[in-house]
Design a binder for this molecule. Structure first.
Ligand code: PAF
Length: 285
């Protein structure tokens, strides 16, 4: 695996592959790789001839009171795992490479509405930071396919919308959430949980599964959402939201909805966890 830090070095390597007519899949990450990321790398490897990963903790997507400084950085370990997974190229830019004329006043790529709901309503500016850095990384790597985890379902939906709106010739693949044995969705932030919080954390997915069963049973959506919030509070979380949406575009479900997604975000101590579950319409209706 080659590791590069500049935009030109990425472009040179990609051009070499393109001359040999090799296809390229891209997995953007913020590092601190766990088995969830490895599933993305393996999916990328199945899809294309060469895999490019990036590792960049993007300051633009962190709010002033968020964990940018303490976000786990484990580059040496990450490199070993990426080599084991036959990654061809790792791009590790620094902040000046990604924001050469400073972040202040930098061009933003924003998907209005979608970026302001659910997590966006609680983390102002977060998704503008995500779509901006992903658009820049796409410009640099110009992959055929880019791979994202379904755990960040709102992020995946926004990126699909951005790619469609900006006519980017990139296929966006979502990969199923990887879970611990007790159901907790894998996340870099799980490492911040205390032992006691770690024991409570799987209740987030349990509450989503209970809600999915009630939705399949035809129960009222507002009641399901309220019960979800209560279940999380009783378990010891501070819920931010628990919402049933149309899985296609995160709008309110209506008669046209073919598939639902139930999304939740909640704090356990200082750690913010998110998760979601999808439910086909018609099951039990
Ligand atoms: O999901 C992530 O790790 C980040 O939001 C991403 C897509 C790498 C952009 O910084």
């Amino acid at each position: 695996m080659k590791r590069v830090e500049t935009v030109d070095a990425v472009r040179e390597q990609i051009a070499r592959w393109r001359r040999r007519e090799l296809s390229v899949a891209f997995v953007p990450t913020m590092g601190n790789l766990h088995d969830g990321h490895i599933a993305l790398i393996r999916h990328a490897r199945d899809r294309c001839d060469r895999v490019v990963a990036s590792s960049f903790v993007n300051p633009l997507q962190f709010g002033p009171d968020e964990d940018f400084d303490s976000y786990p950085r484990t580059l040496e370990q990450d490199i070993e795992r990426l080599i084991e997974e036959q990654t061809g190229l790792l791009f590790t830019p620094d902040v000046d490479t990604m924001y050469p004329q400073s972040q202040t006043g930098a061009t933003l790529v924003s998907v209005p509405h979608l970026s302001g709901i659910l997590c966006g309503a609680h983390r102002p500016g977060h998704f503008d930071g995500v779509t901006t850095v992903v658009a820049k990384l796409f410009q640099i790597v110009q992959p055929d396919v880019a791979v994202f985890g379904e755990k960040d379902y709102q992020q995946l939906t926004l990126i699909r919308r951005m790619v469609a709106d900006l006519c980017m010739p990139i296929e966006i693949d979502g990969v199923a959430t990887q879970r611990e044995a007790d159901g907790l969705a894998m996340s870099s932030r799980n490492g911040n949980l205390s032992e006691e919080e770690r024991a409570i954390a799987p209740r987030l997915f349990q509450s989503l599964r209970a809600a999915a069963d009630r939705l399949s049973g035809g129960e009222d959506i507002a009641e399901i959402e309220a019960a979800g919030v209560n279940a999380l509070r009783e378990a010891g979380f501070r819920p931010a939201y628990f919402e049933v949406c149309d899985a296609a575009n995160l709008s309110e479900p209506n008669d046209e909805t073919a598939e639902y997604v139930i999304l939740a975000a909640a704090h356990l101590g200082r750690t913010r966890l998110i998760d979601n579950i999808r439910v086909n319409r018609g099951v039990g209706e």
